[in-house]
Design a protein around this ligand. Structure first.
Ligand code: KG4
Length: 350
């Protein structure tokens, strides 16, 4: 079954053709990073206008690269949330029109379900059945959460950030450190020349709670990055002049270490608490080398297999959307054919 995936939830314009959920026949991504860089973050209107401009060509290219004609497609998959409403609408309306024109199903996909599915889109495609239950750390620009994936399409969220996402914390720190955008890759690069133990930044929620815990998830499995960000700003305010490159490298390395440690701490706890057959990490921040290395070490220490998405599928892409749509089509009786996009869509069972 050949599925055309379309993804426009944020600032990547992407289309891909995937056969039977895991065989990627094409995966075309137009990154708008250069358009948003001058503003230090994604500007929704710039993103949607660029999706309008680029999406038709990206879809054409995905089909050409896959050596398929439109008539050979079996379904269209599209991200309908979460994301920026104006961006989601571009991909959604194109996908809806295509599915009507070709008389093939339209499958609405949750962006986060796509990220989680990407850990199975590796050369070792036999790993899916034996992986569940699986603990998953979802780390992207807009979300940081811990999820027990009981089975394909069965999600139990056990923790999440109570303020910023890990990617957001890196993006904001990169602005403070004048390193550029997006923050994750530039902080990683600067950190290569720095000492990670130089500054002891907070790991978030490590002190006992000073007030009533009001969040729906257990505090032990939740994350907080806003204190870390404040701590960086306070640290920078101590300098009369902007620090030299070597100091910036130390600050970047220490900050990155704090973000990674905060993530690892909760993964470690969850692995002690829940009985799982594997654990995984997905989303843009999962590209981070320090995070990947520390997760590998944890996997060896705990003797629990680790699943990571291939680097090409860590950041936003449409292959993961087509991949999960295949599972939705074959595992559910009702096809999710949403009437509209849902910018705050939550991960739900299917
Ligand atoms: O998953 P993604 O492409 O977009 C969302 O759905 O949010 O993730 C984007 C995030 C950004 O915050 C970016 O700084 C971060 O992923 N990122 C990284 C790395 N590459 C991208 N974070 C840490 N290390 C990296 N190498």
């Amino acid at each position: 079954m050949n599925i055309l995936g379309i993804e426009t939830s944020c600032d990547e314009t992407a289309a891909a053709v995937v056969k039977n959920g895991v065989h990627i026949k094409s995966n075309v991504i137009y990154s708008q990073v250069s358009k948003h860089r001058p503003y230090g973050g994604v500007v929704p209107e710039i993103a949607s206008r660029n999706h309008v401009k680029k999406l038709p060509y990206i879809i054409e290219k995905a089909l050409t690269n896959a050596e398929l004609k439109y008539e050979e497609l079996d379904a269209i998959a599209v991200t309908y949330g979460p994301g920026l409403a104006s961006s989601l609408l571009v991909g959604f309306s194109s996908a809806k029109a295509l599915s009507k024109r070709l008389s093939i199903p339209l499958v609405g996909v949750n962006h986060h379900a796509g990220h989680l599915h990407s850990v199975f889109m590796t050369d070792d495609i036999t790993n899916m059945e034996s992986a569940f239950p699986m603990l998953a750390l979802m780390v992207s620009g807009g979300d940081t959460s811990l999820i027990i994936v009981e089975d394909i399409g069965k999600y139990n969220i056990i923790g999440s950030t109570i303020d910023d996402a890990a990617g957001e914390a890196l993006d904001k720190a990169a602005t403070v450190l004048k390193l550029g955008y997006p923050g994750g890759p530039v902080i990683q690069k600067a950190a290569e020349n720095g000492e990670a133990t130089k500054i002891d930044f907070p790991r978030g929620l490590e002190q006992p709670s000073r007030s009533k815990w009001i969040y729906q998830y257990d505090r032990d499995f939740c994350f907080s990055f806003s204190g870390l960000k404040t701590s960086l700003i306070n640290y920078m305010n101590k300098y009369n002049e902007f620090p030299d490159d070597s100091s910036v490298s130390d600050i970047a390395a220490s900050y990155q270490e704090a973000v990674v440690d905060a993530l690892l701490l909760r993964v470690n706890r969850a692995l002690d608490f829940f009985k799982v057959n594997s654990f995984a990490c997905a989303g843009g921040v999962s590209l981070n080398k320090t995070l990947r290395n520390k997760l590998h070490d944890l996997s060896i220490q705990k003797k629990i297999p680790l699943l990571l998405s291939p680097p090409s599928l860590c950041t936003d892409n449409a292959a993961m959307i087509a991949g999960v749509a295949y599972e939705q089509l074959i595992n559910t009786k009702e096809i999710s054919d949403p009437v509209d996009v849902c910018p705050s869509l939550r991960l739900a069972n299917w």
